[in-house]
Design a protein around this ligand. Structure first.
Ligand SMILES: O=C(O)CCC(=O)C(=O)O
Length: 285
């Protein structure tokens, strides 16, 4: 595990109501970050696409350059005022050099400095006949790297929404010593009920670390209906905090001792047989 100054902290996930008005979204996000901080949270998470409605038709309009964009400024100010680590959900990012758009999570430290940037690696391209078809790749490009950042409590890995379906990402974070994976995400009314909680508990149990997800609140007048149910799961797969689909802040006390205890009792990470699966990608027929 990386250098840890404190063995416990309060984690908050802000299930924000996101509107079509970017300024309203940003001001609300900042005030909720400060509220979470007043309630003792030291790591505060926003949802996927917290400054814009979620949908490929919106990304171009709401996209911002990093670090010049207005969302960057608000996140930095909020983290500094809150004296907390802020995992800034995600925003549509425009790379001015290439013109490409990304779904990007920015992370700030307690001084308001940008310490990590994760571009969603696995784009949400699915087609469930009669239920949901979504093609993020119509407008977005995928990121090409995995992201972890240091806090006073240990290292934390970042994924965005669909990234949670790829256990390799979380496993790499765990093997690099992360204490948690945090996934800003916006599942939907088709895949949410069956998969959202199951995926979180699976990633937590696979890796015996904490997992947190943060969704926007549901808005039935929007074009995309988010599942909500932001959740925090402990290293044994138990749910520490969750909610329904309305706007809410959920909190959990994260006790890092729990990681040690479960890893000592069920020591799967030291029992792995990498001699049998050294390179999973090479095993395709
Ligand atoms: O994987 C899913 O079912 C939903 C993913 C999603 O909504 C996203 O990646 O934004």
């Amino acid at each position: 595990m990386s250098s840890i100054k404190n063995n416990s902290f309060k984690l908050a996930c802000i299930q924000l109501s996101v509107t079509a008005d970017k300024t309203v979204n940003l001001l609300k996000a900042k005030s909720k970050i400060l509220e979470a901080s007043r309630n003792g949270a030291k790591v505060i998470v926003l949802p996927e696409c917290f400054n814009s409605p979620y949908g490929t038709q919106y990304f171009t309009k709401y996209a911002e350059n990093i670090p010049q964009g207005e969302s960057v400024k608000i996140l930095s100010e909020a983290a500094k005022e809150a004296k907390a680590f802020v995992v800034g959900g995600s925003i549509p990012e425009r790379d001015d050099l290439t013109g490409k758009l990304y779904n990007t999570c920015l992370v700030y430290n307690t001084e308001g400095n940008l310490i990590a940037k994760h571009r969603k690696v696995h784009l949400f391209d699915i087609d469930v006949p009669g239920k949901i078809k979504f093609q993020e790749s119509e407008t977005l490009s995928p990121g090409n790297s995995l992201t972890q950042f240091e806090t006073d409590y240990g290292k934390i890995g970042i994924g965005i929404c669909y990234d949670i379906r790829f256990p390799e990402m979380a496993m790499i974070a765990a093997r690099k010593g992360c204490i948690a994976m945090i996934y800003p995400g916006a599942f939907n009314l088709t895949t949410g009920p069956l998969h959202w909680e199951l995926l979180q508990r699976s990633r937590a149990l696979d890796n015996q670390f904490f997992v947190a997800t943060c969704s926007p609140a549901r808005d039935m007048s929007a074009t995309y209906h988010a599942w909500g149910h932001s959740t925090i799961v402990d290293p044994s797969g138990q749910i520490l905090a969750t909610t329904e689909h309305e706007e809410a802040i959920i909190y959990a006390d994260i006790d890092l001792e729990q990681i040690k205890v479960i890893r000592q009792s069920i020591p799967v990470s030291s029992q792995r047989r990498f001699d049998l699966y050294p390179n999973v990608a090479a095993n395709e027929d």
